[in-house]
Design a protein around this ligand. Structure first.
Ligand code: C5P
Length: 302
């Protein structure tokens, strides 16, 4: 039997509201996820024993054993498909590692879709979402795609009914990485040092209304990320990148998730191209990519 290949998108958080730390170490969130056209590709094939090969962007920094999130997702799926055989997984990465774009969760989601198909297990999307959520907070959204509101750890999803507007984004990849737990811990420290009372997170109604209207300028004004001050405190160069993008005409700017990627919204595909060229010229990031969204979640490549 031949392999199954799945393409899976990176995510942005158009809003990321973070509550106080919970007893289990996670933080309660309200977030607006948005899947964009930067894809990893994951192929699974029957093999004599389990294995994983990673190629592409940042491949040397991805664990190539059972700690790999795709392998962990497959191990979790096997509990529901006991007769499943060993597989070799090949991950072709374009989503940078530890960049705030949920690349690891994306690979886990892709592995679930691919093995569900390979093993003709016929688990529903709902079942895959439940299994994915045990592997990482962003896996459920990588299965769903589009634009969706996430609650809980981010794994409880409600699709957002947005019009068919296509948003044009420029991603500025940083020369370095940030660890997600370290950024959450820095946020807790910042809030403690400023003696902030941390409210339960709330969905930004103005952002949702802007998304419903399909007006990119309004969406740009409502982008927000509670993790941004923490990410900038750990990676001060990001401040310069964000300022440069806004000065170069972006409709809005923010750090992607826990960073360090910076995200800029452009008014059109042409503006995104101009912005990407200018940001490269300004020397405020390692490299840039133009993407658009929303795009669908993980899906088998025909
Ligand atoms: O779920 P995931 O493995 O992606 O989370 C990585 C880390 O990010 C967690 O161990 C936790 O430190 C932090 N996190 C959090 N609250 C969330 C999601 C992640 O504190 N809602």
């Amino acid at each position: 039997m031949t392999g199954i290949t799945v393409r899976v998108p990176a995510k942005l958080n158009l809003q990321l509201a973070v509550g106080p730390p919970r007893a289990d170490g996670y933080h309660g969130l309200v977030t607006v996820f948005h899947a964009v056209s930067l894809f990893d590709q994951v192929t699974v094939e029957p093999a004599d024993r389990d294995g994983v090969t990673v190629t592409g962007e940042g491949a040397d920094r991805v664990p190539a054993g059972p700690d790999n999130l795709a392998m962990r997702a497959i191990a979790a799926l096997r509990t529901a498909v006991p007769e499943a055989g060993p597989v070799h997984v090949t991950i072709a990465k374009r989503i940078p590692v530890a960049a705030g774009l949920a690349g690891g969760s994306a690979d886990a989601a892709a592995a679930l879709i691919a093995c569900n198909e390979l093993w003709t297990a016929r688990l529903s999307q709902q079942q895959l979402v439940a299994i994915g959520a045990t592997v990482g907070s962003d896996v459920a959204f990588a299965l769903l795609g589009g634009t969706a509101v996430g609650r809980g750890r981010g794994e409880q999803l409600t699709p957002a009914l947005a019009p068919a507007t296509r948003y044009h984004w420029v991603l500025a990849f940083a020369d370095g990485q940030l660890s997600t737990p370290a950024v959450y811990a820095a946020l807790d420290r910042l809030r403690e040092s400023e003696a902030q009372t941390v409210a339960e997170p709330d969905l930004d109604a103005a952002l949702m209304s802007a998304l419903r209207s399909g007006n990119a300028a309004r969406v740009g004004q409502r982008l927000s990320n509670d993790l941004q001050p923490a990410a900038v405190s750990l990676f001060p160069a990001l401040r310069k990148t964000l300022t440069a993008g806004l000065e170069l005409g972006a409709l809005g700017a923010l750090v992607a998730g826990s960073g360090p990627t910076c995200v800029f919204l452009a008014a059109s595909a042409e503006r995104a191209l101009e912005l990407a060229v200018s940001l490269t010229g300004a020397g405020v990031c390692r490299s840039v990519a133009r993407v658009s969204g929303p795009v669908p979640g993980a899906a088998v490549v025909p």
